[in-house]
Ligand binder design. Structure first.
Ligand code: PAF
Length: 280
């Protein structure tokens, strides 16, 4: 596995693969890799000739007072994990290389970024779309892999790819969970033992909603109420939102539309913000 920190060198490698007629699967990450990331890598490895992973803690998607400085960093472990899973190139640029002096260009996706995490984290999605656009320009991938755990991010990026006719196939990969249902996240590392014990309540709530939906419940107030009830059963949690939205446009739904419903949750456990979702 080659480790490249220079954007131009990475782009040249990607163009060389393209020139040889090889397909390239790209997995963008912010590092602190866990089984969820490695599932994306394995999916890529299964489908394409060459796999690259980017590891870049993107400062522009963190707001003031968010966890940029304490975001977990584990470069050696991440590199080893990529190497053992057959990654061809690990791209790990510095912020200065990604955002050189004078940088002033942005990509904005409008409506899909307004609700949910977009409302709670102003500027976050513009940071994500801008960095992913730049990473796509460097990586020139045939296919890119994202986790459904960050459902809104995936929908926003898929919209960007459609709107701007970016020739990349977007693949969403199912959320990987701990044995007790907690969605894998680099931020789980922040949880105290007490918070970690309470964290599976999020998925317990989502599972209760899924069971109610399977039994015929379509009233989204009832479905989100089940999530709220599970989360609020622990005083450690502060619920930010539990919301049912259309998968197509992220519009609010009062009646769940089978096949077109995202039930998304964000909650704080102490200072740690966790998100999760299911699709109904
Ligand atoms: O999901 C993430 O880890 C990040 O938002 C991404 C897509 C790598 C962009 O920085």
């Amino acid at each position: 596995m080659d480790i490249i920190d220079d954007p131009v060198q990475y782009q040249q490698q990607a163009l060389a693969w393209r020139g040889e007629g090889l397909t390239h699967g790209f997995v963008p990450t912010m590092g602190a890799l866990h089984a969820g990331h490695f599932r994306l890598v394995e999916e890529a490895r299964r489908r394409v000739d060459r796999v690259s992973v980017s590891l870049f803690v993107n400062p522009r998607q963190f707001g003031p007072g968010e966890d940029l400085d304490k975001y977990p960093r584990a470069f050696e472990r991440d590199a080893e994990g990529c190497r053992t899973r057959g990654v061809d190139v690990l791209f790990a640029p510095t912020p200065a290389a990604m955002y050189p002096e004078g940088f002033q260009s942005h990509v904005t996706v409008e409506r899909l970024t307004a609700p949910l995490c977009g409302a709670a984290r102003p500027g976050h999605f513009q940071g994500v779309t801008t960095v992913v656009m730049k990473l796509f320009m460097l990586a020139q991938p045939s296919v890119a892999f994202f986790g459904w755990k960050d459902a809104q991010q995936f929908l926003v990026l898929r919209r960007m790819v459609t709107d701007l006719a970016i020739p990349v196939e977007m693949v969403g990969v199912e959320t990987v969970r701990e044995a007790d249902g907690l969605a894998m996240s680099s931020r789980n590392a922040y949880l105290s033992p007490e918070e970690r014990a309470a964290a599976p309540l999020i998925y317990r709530g989502l599972s209760a909603a899924r069971a109610a939906f399977a039994a015929g419940e379509r009233n989204t107030a009832v479905l989100t109420g089940l999530v709220r009830q599970a989360i609020e059963s622990s005083p450690l949690f502060q619920l930010e939102y539990a919301d049912c939205r259309s998968l197509s446009e992220l519009e609010p739904l009062t009646v769940s539309e089978p096949g077109n419903t995202l039930l998304a949750v964000a909650a704080r456990l102490g200072t740690t913000r966790l998100i999760d979702n299911i699709r109904l």
